[in-house]
Design a protein around this ligand. Structure first.
Ligand code: DQA
Length: 148
């Protein structure tokens, strides 16, 4: 069976393209989703993308991923720094999760330096603009040994 990825975006990421482009770039969320999907399809991996501004909806996407996805690429937005509930959701599913950020959260305001989620994720990628998502996909491909 071919691997399946959930590409999950948290709050405010629906505004990408027009949102603080000097920090987050000018690529829209739809364009990012298309690019990551095209990238993983070259390895016969499927991808479904979801975005929500609601913490509970993100938790439900993670729970349902347990049933169908082999890995998750997750940009939790500001919930990265606040959400014990999302941490527990990631910890509660066996599916590997890669935390990704467009910006380098460690080089920004002090309140962004801590991720409550990183400790339950396979790893974290931050600071490469929309390419962070491609690198997140490559992390899963490598984890599955589809990429050497
Ligand atoms: C972000 C970084 C977060 O601190 C911020 O709240 C976001 C976007 C990023 O992709 O760089 O919404 O996750």
């Amino acid at each position: 069976m071919h691997k399946q990825i959930l590409l999950l975006h948290g709050p405010n990421l629906n505004l990408l393209g027009g949102r603080e482009p000097e920090i987050y770039g000018s690529m829209t969320l739809a364009a990012i989703n298309d690019a990551v999907k095209a990238h993983v399809e070259r390895y016969s991996v499927g991808l479904r993308a979801e975005q929500s501004n609601h913490e509970g909806a993100l938790i439900e996407h993670l729970h349902s991923a347990k049933a169908w996805a082999d890995g998750v690429i997750f940009n939790p937005g500001a919930y990265t720094h606040t959400s014990i509930a999302l941490r527990d959701a990631i910890g509660g599913i066996a599916t590997p999760v890669i935390e990704v950020h467009l910006s380098n959260i460690h080089a920004r305001e002090a309140f962004r330096h801590q991720s409550l989620l990183a400790g339950v994720c396979l790893g974290q990628i931050a600071g490469f603009g929309w390419h962070s998502y491609l690198l997140g996909a490559d992390a899963l491909l490598r984890y599955w040994q589809l990429l050497s």
